[in-house]
Design a protein around this ligand. Structure first.
Ligand SMILES: Nc1nc2c(c(=O)[nH]1)N[C@H]1C(S)=C(S)[C@@H](COP(=O)(O)O)O[C@H]1N2
Ligand SMILES: [Mo]
Length: 525
């Protein structure tokens, strides 16, 4: 009480200043709300226009894509480590928070300097246009969603925070008018976002095109031996269902490629430049091959690895038609959205099943796994080989071209390292007594000869391997175990078909793949 009194006494012109302070305070609350709802309305309408007319120019998507491309390698690592395959959602939430903060600040600025705050939100639209313009294969209407969004934010903020007529105090907009206006803006934003999301998730044009695709049958089919699947609860399936297959890419909005408009150009250091269309590709002999794909960002024990049966045409055959020049040693593949991977020419011309794939586990490629066409190369991490939505193969040299991730500090060469993982027991608490320990091991294109398991620093036991589908795939393994009550540490290590033993030296994913033994701790009772 006395503090308040003395505070009042210390301010000589308190009687005049108090209402003024009160007015400015109320107004800054208004200003923040006005800024926030302007941005919300604009974002919703921008996303809606994008969903309707130019989905690859989604303001969020475009800004997100630029953020992804500009992000340093450590930020990608961190995002994957923190959010795993939710890293894209985390990025979008981050962008939303930044946009809202800018909106709030713009509202406060507008309150003091009319037009300046409005110009700030309009600049967000300009940023969206610039971001969309820099995208490879930007749609023709790349400017439209962000232009409308920016203009809408500008107008909304102006309407909610009209400037004071000279000499007047108090808000020119009534409290009721402000409430109705800002609620309307928020509703417009929410509806726009909801409808845009619905359109994206539902009636997407490319989804329909994919549904209409019937793939030719394979001339050589992959056989999955019954004994490849141990069928143990909690153990990764021998063949990963598409819905469970990990997804990693830089695409915030999944690229939409119409197969009828798709073509692949092979050029660069070749004698014959060739271009092949979708119909031409499907008319070529297609073969099936089970290949395990792994992301270089996979941590020891991580889940950024999967095994699928791919249907495609050997890249080797296409390169043979193009005839690479003797000095060539790398193929830079490029996707519809500008991602690039640098693959050793040798890995695409030797006898391995490097495929230009159109099918995954008996279906056309799912959109997020590269529809209509992607690359799959046994033995190499995805970032140097597995280009999705692939549209171009440039035959070149390692010393004259760089790829998306090699430009960001990852190694030029990315052979998949020998790894093994414990999947079972899944839970920390297990019942004492008869248990089974099970997992998978892989080194695609080399193969796995054995897996050993160690419990509590005891001797290493040979696990029983399931039948491997091929040297290009992971193999399941298991070991019966009598669990004594108490805490136990379980470790595994693999031996490759070439006799290499999996190293216990721990290395992080960067720059060319994690190493170390996977271990888990369980409590038996
Ligand atoms: N177009 C495109 N292709 C890409 C990528 C990408 O970012 N863009 N990422 C690569 C990486 S790093 C990996 S690990 C694999 C993952 O393939 P998946 O998402 O089908 O599992 O795709 C590769 N192909
Ligand atoms: Mo990756």
């Amino acid at each position: 009480m006395s503090d308040t009194e003395s505070g009042v006494q210390e301010a000589p012109d308190a009687p005049e200043a108090a209402p003024e302070v009160g007015r400015v305070r109320a107004a800054s609350g208004r200003a923040v709300v006005a800024g926030l709802v302007s941005v919300v309305a604009a974002a919703g309408v921008g996303e809606l226009i994008a969903a309707l007319f130019a989905s690859e120019a989604s303001p969020f998507g475009a800004i997100g894509a630029v953020a992804v491309d500009l992000a340093p390698a450590w930020a990608k690592d961190l995002a994957i480590a923190l959010f795993y395959t939710n890293d894209k959602n985390a990025l979008l939430v981050g962008i939303a928070i930044v946009l809202l903060l800018v909106g709030a600040v713009a509202g406060l600025v507008e309150r003091r300097i009319p037009f300046l705050g409005r110009s700030i939100v309009a600049l967000l639209g300009v940023a969206g246009i610039a971001a969309a313009a820099t995208r490879v294969n930007a749609p023709e209407l790349f400017w439209a969603p962000s232009l409308v969004a920016g203009a809408l934010a500008f107008v909304t903020l102006g309407l909610l925070l009209p400037p004071h007529p000279a000499g007047e105090t108090g808000d020119p907009l009534s409290r009721r008018g402000f409430l109705i206006g800002s609620a309307a803006a928020a509703v417009v934003g929410a509806i726009g976002t909801a409808v845009a999301t619905g359109i994206r998730a539902g009636g997407q044009a490319v989804k329909t095109l994919r549904d209409a695709v019937t793939l030719p049958s394979a001339q050589a089919t992959a056989t999955i031996p019954d004994a490849a699947e141990l069928d143990i609860d909690g153990l990764a399936k021998a063949v990963t269902p598409n819905a469970d297959f990990y997804r990693i890419d830089t695409a915030i909005v999944v690229p939409e490629v119409d197969p009828a408009a798709w073509s692949l150009r092979i050029h660069g250091l070749v004698e014959n430049e060739i271009t092949i269309t979708w119909d031409e590709l499907l008319a070529l002999p297609l073969s099936e091959s089970a290949v395990t794909l792994s992301c270089v960002s996979n941590q020891v024990g991580g889940s950024l690895v999967g095994n699928a049966v791919w249907l495609g045409h050997p890249i080797r055959e296409l390169l043979a038609r193009a005839v690479p020049l003797p000095e060539a040693d790398m193929v830079l593949s490029r996707s519809h959205d500008g991602f690039t991977a640098g693959t050793p020419l040798e890995a695409l011309t030797d006898d391995r099943d490097a495929l230009l794939a159109v099918g995954m586990n008996g279906e056309p490629l799912p959109l997020e796994h590269g529809f209509p066409v992607r690359m799959v190369v046994p033995g190499l991490y995805g970032y140097v080989s597995a280009t999705k939505w692939v549209v171009e193969l440039e035959v070149t040299r390692f010393d004259s071209a760089r790829a998306y991730w090699t430009d960001r500090g990852w190694s030029e060469r990315g052979p998949i390292k020998l790894q093994s993982r414990i999947d079972v027991p899944r839970e920390r608490d297990v019942a004492a007594g008869e248990q089974v320990i099970a997992g998978i091991a892989w080194q695609p294109h080399t193969g796995v000869a054995g897996v050993e398991v160690q419990i509590d620093d005891g001797p290493w036991h040979d696990a029983t391997l399931a039948t491997a589908i091929s040297d290009d795939t992971w193999v399941q393994w298991s070991l019966p175990w009598t669990a004594e009550p108490g805490n136990h540490t379980i470790r595994c290590r693999a031996t490759s078909a070439e006799g290499e033993r999996q190293t216990d030296a721990q290395a992080p994913p960067a720059p060319n793949g994690a190493t170390g033994w996977h271990s888990i701790v369980v409590q038996a009772s």
